[in-house]
Ligand binder design. Structure first.
Ligand SMILES: [Zn+2]
Length: 421
């Protein structure tokens, strides 16, 4: 063997040895570069997700090599989720994306943390992919993945406002988040009530008549399989005194007769309990006449000609000169338009869910039964008809046969105004 050959063999052996050392060192470094996957937590509808999987890249020897570690997520079984808007909370990641699937189709997704809106009860799966960009100490980066299954059985949300109601208030009961075709029903001795459809669910109103006893009144709302017992606490209120002078000619007129009262009652019993199953109005109401002051407020004790016994006032009297345009206080449907001896030219407008405006003593009607009217649309002109001593418009609000204070709907403080949207 020549010297050149020996040199070549020796050099090759050294190179092989160096390569082996280098490979060994790299292998050790690769093994030592264990994935330092950060702790990422995820909750869905308040339930903690477990069994996260990840895809994690760890740099080896600067960024010359990258080690990739992968584990598949295990499916978390979250059981029954009771809200149609479950909250997703992801911590420890730079970005997160939640995807929700039903029958293999993606039905909802969300970036970051927040509430997801689901529109149907049933069985779902979800996947949360959390990304961690390259800023760990080791330079590691990648994604953490959670997978879960759950059953949505969302009960509707039932709210009642105000829980403490003064005499003359209108209480609003709302049902929202109904994920099937259930129509809610309401039962209470406080007031005959019905639900009407709104854009987001259903609303029913309870009129708290001026003579309703203070204390707790139970209210039962049912919707599908949900039954909720609620309570309205009625509190008293001061009502004004009004002294009215009624001429003898009016006292002895047909308008004051028992026959006129019977005729009025017969006509009104027909309309008290009818209701539209859709809400016609949104927002605050308006006075039916643009001018004129309130002479006798709601619930007032009215003493006629110095009598020592009072009658109670079920509406609001607005003093206004004859011939003034009378307008609809809120959008609705005319359910009564006609002459009654007691109340003269009389209008009743249904606004939905059984809440109605009653306008009495008009000089003339400019609408007919069955007409749909917008808020502010002219429905008549003022007058002094029926049992009326002075030109005025009597404006009354009732839910079923229970009266309420119209002023609270006009000034917008009523819960009914907030609920009608
Ligand atoms: Zn009146």
């Amino acid at each position: 063997m020549g010297r050149a050959a020996r040199f070549f063999i020796w050099t090759a052996m050294v190179l092989v040895f160096l390569c082996a050392v280098l490979a060994g060192a790299l292998y050790v470094m690769y093994r030592l570069a264990a994935p330092d996957v950060p702790e990422v937590t995820a909750t869905f509808g308040g339930a903690q997700l477990t069994g996260a999987g990840y895809t994690w890249k760890t740099p080896v020897l600067g960024a010359w090599f990258e080690r990739t570690d992968e584990t598949a997520p295990e499916l978390s079984h979250l059981g029954v989720i009771g809200t149609a808007v479950p909250e997703v909370v992801v911590t420890g990641a730079d970005t997160a994306r939640t995807q929700v699937y039903k029958d293999g189709e993606q039905v909802a997704s969300l970036d970051g943390s927040g509430a997801l809106a689901l529109t149907e009860n049933g069985d779902y799966t979800l996947r949360i992919t959390a990304q961690i960009s390259q800023k760990r100490q080791t330079g590691g980066h990648g994604s953490v993945v959670f997978e879960a299954s759950f059953t949505l059985r969302a009960a509707p949300q039932i709210t009642l406002e105000p829980r403490t109601a003064r005499q003359g208030d209108v209480v609003a009961v709302r049902v929202e988040g109904i994920l099937d075709s259930s129509v809610p029903a309401i039962e209470t001795e406080l007031c005959g009530a019905h639900f009407a459809k709104t854009e987001t669910g259903y609303v029913a109103f309870l009129g708290v008549h001026y003579n309703r006893a203070g204390g707790d009144w139970p209210v039962t709302v049912t919707c599908g399989g949900t039954v909720q017992e609620l309570t309205v606490t009625v509190t008293g209120r001061e009502f004004e005194r009004a002294d009215e002078t009624v001429p003898d000619s009016l006292l002895s007129s047909a308008a004051a007769s028992n026959a006129a009262l019977r005729q009025f009652n017969d006509a009104m019993y027909g309309v008290y309990y009818l209701y539209d199953s859709e809400l016609h109005f949104t927002g605050a109401w308006s006075w039916p006449v643009a001018t004129g002051g309130v002479t006798v407020p709601y619930g007032a004790y009215v003493y006629e000609n110095g009598s020592d016994s009072a009658t109670r006032h079920t509406g609001v009297d607005i003093s206004v000169s004859i011939g003034t345009p009378v307008t609809a206080p809120a959008a609705g449907r005319v359910v009564y338009a006609g002459w009654l001896e007691r109340t003269g030219w009389t209008l009743v407008i249904e606004h939905g869910a059984g809440i109605k405006s009653y306008l009495f003593h008009l000089g003339e009607l400019t609408c007919a039964k069955g007409d749909t009217v917008a808020k502010g649309a002219q429905v008549g002109v003022s007058g002094i008809t029926g049992y009326s001593a002075k030109p005025h418009v009597h404006f009354e609000v009732r839910v079923g046969n229970q009266s309420a204070d119209p002023a609270l709907l006009v000034d917008g403080t009523s819960a009914a105004v907030r609920a009608a949207r």
